[in-house]
Design a protein around this ligand. Structure first.
Ligand code: C2E
Ligand code: CA
Ligand code: CA
Length: 677
């Protein structure tokens, strides 16, 4: 389990999705935002403290103002009181003492008033203080007069002035002061209330907003982390799963397989790796279109998932290829039972677009630890085994066996060789004559592809045609050889065999390729072969893919003047009724029916009905694979027009055809008949 490790790929995948640089940036951004919120909240709270301090100052100022107003009231009262006492006492020392107090009262009053005026005052306070000033200016001379009368020992007069003038004047001052006191108190209460309220509002908003900011930040961070993680998970799912079926894809499959192998290595059990390929999927795609093909793939995926156990893994590698891991198998039979269940499950009919579709699959099986120690080897070997299952006739499974590797390598080598074969001119046609039974004349030759392989000698289509078709090279090869065949026929005409036709096989891929008609036209033009001597052979399968389109295509070929034959007739799916729709010229009866003509009476009946059909539709008929005289005579008896097969001649290089054309077939046949009789 060493070598290139598929774990690595999936791990990097996971890492790259869950911690991209920007998710770190996001986290950093979030931290910075939180710090900012804390910082701003800090500043807000600091401001709040400052407001609080301010509030305190405001309150302090008002308290001071009240104190000062009170001090003024007290001084003014005491001053009047001292005046009373001075009027009443007859002790000169006491009077002197009272006078001193009286003077100090005035000093206290003025100090308080000066201080008060230095404080921030409202207009109303200032007005009241001014009023007090005016009233005091009136009161002071009266008081001075009382003092003068006392000093003059005129007590009755001083008492009279005191009671009648000084006291009322001082009371007026006191009354203003008490209004000032009330005003100051009122303003203090108002200011304090206002400041407290403002403070509370500020505090409310700072707490609310910063709390909200923290919550919002946290929510945003949570949401973005959640969505980032989810997007990461989704992308990871997309990177590890197949979009069409939702099954694990190759990356995840390799990961799972590795895990399974590690586990099995410890348990000593067995793992089966099944490489599954749908048979003739291309045909389904061509018939039902891509959407239909996709639906079949999905349906197969569902069946595979349903057939295997929960712990087994089903993955799609792409196209029509699936892989299944049968984990923890005790013996080979456990794996094979699963394989058989899959083959049976897949071959149940499908309903797609209101049509009943039959599909099968071919499965290659490799086993751990027998057929490979690591995932790559197991897959490769299961793939090789699958290829062999296909070659052995599809709808089956094949266990891997070491000899297959050699064959797989050969196929690879073949692919490389094919790549150069066309430019090196290794493809040639051999020609096989078609004998007209009525005239005893060779009416045409069929061109059959051969590969003159530099090492392996002459190869037949069975060895390479499928590969040529799969790789698409059939298009280039077909185009070039079509020209060769027309030129060859043209040169036979020039040699005097001016009625000889040539038949060329056209594969499905070539038939549907848009360049077909122009290729045929070009081949006729460059060779100078009159078009009625060129016949194109198509198999029935080609028509059935899209009948309307096929009719159009055949019509445009026929517009060039060439004729059309149905090759291998009887082996395909076309019902006889469908044939009427196609503008055909000739049916070629497959050699399968000719082979057992003598033994199987059913074949005779079948050929009979085909020939009746030909007559009804005015079609020519050619029987293929005629290997002996009896077959030929029997076919002649049934009314067959022409025969082709080894009895007349194997396919031969062009140079040998002239010799065949020169023979007297009618005479030879008669002689042979006499000999056999
Ligand atoms: P096909 O068109 O049915 O050709 C007749 C095949 O039967 C030829 O095989 C021929 O050699 C073989 N054959 C002829 N007479 C007898 C006989 O008496 N007995 C037996 N057993 N076989 C006989 P070949 O040449 O191997 O070609 C195989 C197939 O490859 C052809 O079948 C045709 O479908 C395809 N093919 C051949 N050449 C071309 C080509 O140029 N283009 C395309 N697209 N297909 C070709
Ligand atoms: Ca043919
Ligand atoms: Ca044929």
């Amino acid at each position: 389990m060493s070598g290139s490790n598929p774990f690595a790929s999936i791990r990097t995948l996971r890492r790259s999705y869950l911690s991209p640089a920007w998710s770190i940036a996001l986290l950093a951004g979030f931290v910075v935002q939180l710090l900012l919120i804390v910082f701003v909240t800090g500043i807000g709270l600091d401001q709040l403290r400052a407001t609080e301090a301010n509030l305190k100052t405001v309150v302090d100022v008002h308290m001071r103002k009240q104190e000062l107003t009170k001090a003024m009231v007290v001084s003014a009262r005491e001053r009047t009181l001292n005046l009373f006492r001075m009027v009443e006492t007859d002790d000169p020392f006491e009077r002197d003492e009272l006078f001193l107090h009286y003077g100090r009262n005035a000093g206290d009053f003025i100090r308080a008033r000066t201080e008060l005026l230095a404080l921030p005052l409202s207009d109303s306070e200032r007005e009241l203080i001014a009023q007090q000033g005016r009233l005091t200016t009136i009161a002071v001379p009266i008081q001075d007069r009382v003092i003068e009368l006392i000093n003059a020992d005129d007590y009755p007069a001083s008492e009279a002035v005191l009671m009648r003038e000084a006291v009322p004047a001082q009371n007026r001052v006191l009354e203003v002061l008490s209004r000032l006191d009330a005003e100051t108190q009122k303003l203090a209460a108002e200011a304090s209330l206002k400041a407290t309220r403002a403070h509370e509002v500020a505090r409310f908003w700072i707490y609310t907003l910063s709390g909200f900011a923290v919550l919002l930040g946290a929510a945003v961070a949570f949401a973005s982390i959640y969505y980032t993680a989810r997007a990461g998970r989704e992308r990871e799912h997309m990177a590890t799963h197949d979009a069409l079926t939702g099954l694990p894809n190759r990356v995840l499959f390799m990961d799972r397989l590795e895990q399974t192998l590690v586990r099995t290595h410890r348990s000593g059990l067995m793992v089966g790796v099944l490489f599954i390929d749908i048979d003739r999927f291309k045909l389904v795609n061509d018939t039902l279109g891509h959407a239909g093909g996709d639906r079949l793939i999905c349906e197969v995926a569902v069946r595979l998932r349903k057939t295997v156990r929960e712990g087994d893994i089903v993955a799609r590698l792409g196209g029509d290829e699936f892989v299944v891991i049968i984990a923890d198998a005790g013996k080979i039979n456990d794996v094979l039972r699963a394989v058989e269940k899959i083959i049976a499950g897949v071959s149940e009919p499908y309903r797609i677009d209101e049509r009943e579709i039959f599909s099968t699959c071919s499965i290659g099986v490799s086993l751990y630890p027998h057929d490979g120690g690591n995932s790559e080897e197991l897959i490769k070997n299961a793939d090789t085994a699958m290829y062999h299952a296909k070659r052995n006739g599809r709808n089956r499974f094949q266990l891997y066996d070491k000899a297959m590797n050699a064959m797989a390598e050969e196929r690879l080598q073949m692919e490389t060789d094919l790549h150069y074969a066309l430019e090196r001119g290794e493809f040639v046609f051999h020609y096989q004559p078609q004998l007209d039974l009525e005239s005893g004349r060779i009416q045409a030759v069929e061109a059959l592809l051969r590969w003159e392989h530099p090492r392996r000698g002459l190869l037949k289509p069975a060895d390479f045609l499928e590969l040529l078709d799969e790789t698409g090279q059939i298009l280039d090869v077909g185009r070039k050889l079509l020209v060769d065949a027309c030129r060859q026929a043209s040169s036979w005409h020039a040699e005097g065999h001016s009625n000889l036709g040539v038949a060329v096989n056209v594969s499905g891929r070539e038939f549907w390729h848009e360049a077909l008609v122009s290729n045929v036209r070009a081949a006729l033009e460059t060779s100078g072969l009159p078009p009625q001597f060129l016949q194109l052979e198509l198999t029935e399968g080609i028509f059935m893919q899209d009948m309307d389109k096929a009719v159009g295509r055949i019509l445009s070929l026929k517009a060039l003047g060439v004729s059309i034959a149905v090759d291998d007739f009887g082996t395909g799916y076309s019902s006889l009724a469908h044939l009427k729709r196609f503008p055909l010229d000739c049916l070629k009866i497959d050699r399968y029916f000719v082979k057992d003509l003598q033994e199987a009476r059913i074949n005779e009946a079948f050929i009979d009905s085909i020939l009746a059909l030909c007559k009804g539709l005015h079609l020519d008929s050619v029987a293929e694979g005629v290997e002996n005289l009896q077959q030929l005579e029997q076919l002649r008896g049934l009314g067959c027009q022409a025969v082709q097969g080894d009895f007349v001649s194997r396919p031969v290089p062009a140079a040998q055809i002239a010799g065949l054309l020169g023979r007297n077939w009618q005479e030879e046949l008669r002689r042979e008949e006499r000999a056999s009789a």
